[in-house]
Design a protein around this ligand. Structure first.
Ligand code: PEP
Ligand code: MN
Length: 342
């Protein structure tokens, strides 16, 4: 439930509503807005004794939040969430942010070289896994700590923000030391201990949609992050399982406008995992921008044939440059532009 205060409500009146909610045994979150303060009531799974709140001085109206997720819903907060990447670039505002890099950090030469190239082509953030959640235990699992250190060094050199995955709750703190954004992968979207820990990490989180997760389930996973105290969440549509084997996954672009109407959180698209096929990546990146994605995350490798993971879907650096050139005018058509590093 949301308690909307009158625009003339005093700090004492707001305090009294918060205290009353807490006395009733629920949690209260005061959210000052441009016009007025709203106070969220959480932790209720049944009926709330509304009369106790509606009669308090300064209360304008009570709004019941009808969705199972609360903090992520538009009913709760109408204003779009804008996530700061820490390098002067934000996700969720007017600009479309390009995040690019190899699937995995493989070596110093690989990551420094590609980071410089991507920065030159217009990326604002560098992706790359140091801990890789691989379908097979025999596949390359990532460089671990060394990979994180290389990513941090690449950030120093280029100014690109670092997006990298934490694969388990125990690993969140280490990843948070090096990353600007903690990625939670599709395989882990419903790993609740991981979500809770990432929610307490103090770093923005990129939450990827599970491979057969409903949009509702993705929003409930995001609710774990917000309810643990982290408002800086970026959703990511990365394709879902389908019956058709032509592509690795089915990039569900419908999820973008659907999520936009249900949540204030930004949503980006991953056409690399969404298609699994190199020459399908740029067309779907263009489509995702047209559909209203707040950003694109793509895999780019200096030598895809030699990539230790996801080579078949990795763009060559010159293809990323083409992608940027094509996405820019599409963003313009819908009144947006591509973000650039300051
Ligand atoms: C990745 O980003 O390299 C990755 C493993 O993605 P996903 O979790 O979407 O499969
Ligand atoms: Mn990958």
């Amino acid at each position: 439930m949301l308690i909307v205060m009158d625009h003339r409500a005093t700090p004492e009146e707001i305090r009294r509503v918060v205290d009353t909610i807490e006395e009733m045994g629920y949690g209260a979150k005061a959210m000052p807005g441009r016009q007025r303060t709203a106070i969220g009531l959480v932790g209720n799974d049944g009926r709330v004794e509304e009369a106790r709140l509606s009669g308090l001085p300064g209360v304008r109206e009570l709004i019941r939040v009808s969705k199972p997720y609360k903090l992520v819903s538009r009913e709760w907060r109408d204003e779009d969430t804008v996530v700061d990447l820490g390098n002067g670039v934000t996700v969720g505002g007017d600009e479309v942010v390009l995040i690019a890099g190899p699937c995995a950090v493989e070596s110093r030469g690989q990551i420094m070289g590609i980071a410089e190239q991507l920065r030159g082509s217009g990326a604002c953030a560098l992706r790359g896994g140091a801990f890789k959640p691989r379908t097979s235990p025999y596949s390359f699992q990532g460089l671990g700590l060394e990979g994180l250190q290389l990513l941090a060094e690449a950030r120093e050199r280029t100014g690109l923000a670092v997006v990298t995955e934490a694969v388990d709750a125990e690993g969140v703190e280490l990843v948070a030391e090096y990353a600007d954004v903690i990625q939670i992968g599709a395989r882990n979207m419903q790993n609740y201990p991981l979500l809770k820990r990432a929610g307490r990490s103090g770093k923005p989180v990129l939450l990827k949609r599970g491979m057969s997760a409903k949009i509702n389930e993705m929003l409930l996973a995001a609710e774990y992050l917000l309810s643990a105290g982290n408002p800086n969440v970026i959703l990511c549509e990365r394709g879902v399982r389908s019956f058709d084997q032509q592509t690795r996954n089915l990039l569900d672009l419908t999820a973008i406008p659907v999520a936009k109407s249900l949540t204030h959180l930004p949503i980006i698209a991953d056409p690399s995992h969404g298609t699994g096929v190199r020459d399908k990546v740029t067309p779907m990146a263009r489509a995702a921008v047209a559909a209203g994605a707040d950003g694109i995350i793509v895999e780019v490798h200096p030598d895809p044939a030699k990539a230790l993971s996801d080579g078949a879907q990795s763009l060559y650096p010159h293809q990323f440059e083409e992608l940027v050139g094509q996405c820019a005018p599409i963003a313009g058509v819908i009144g947006r532009s591509l973000a650039a590093l300051p």
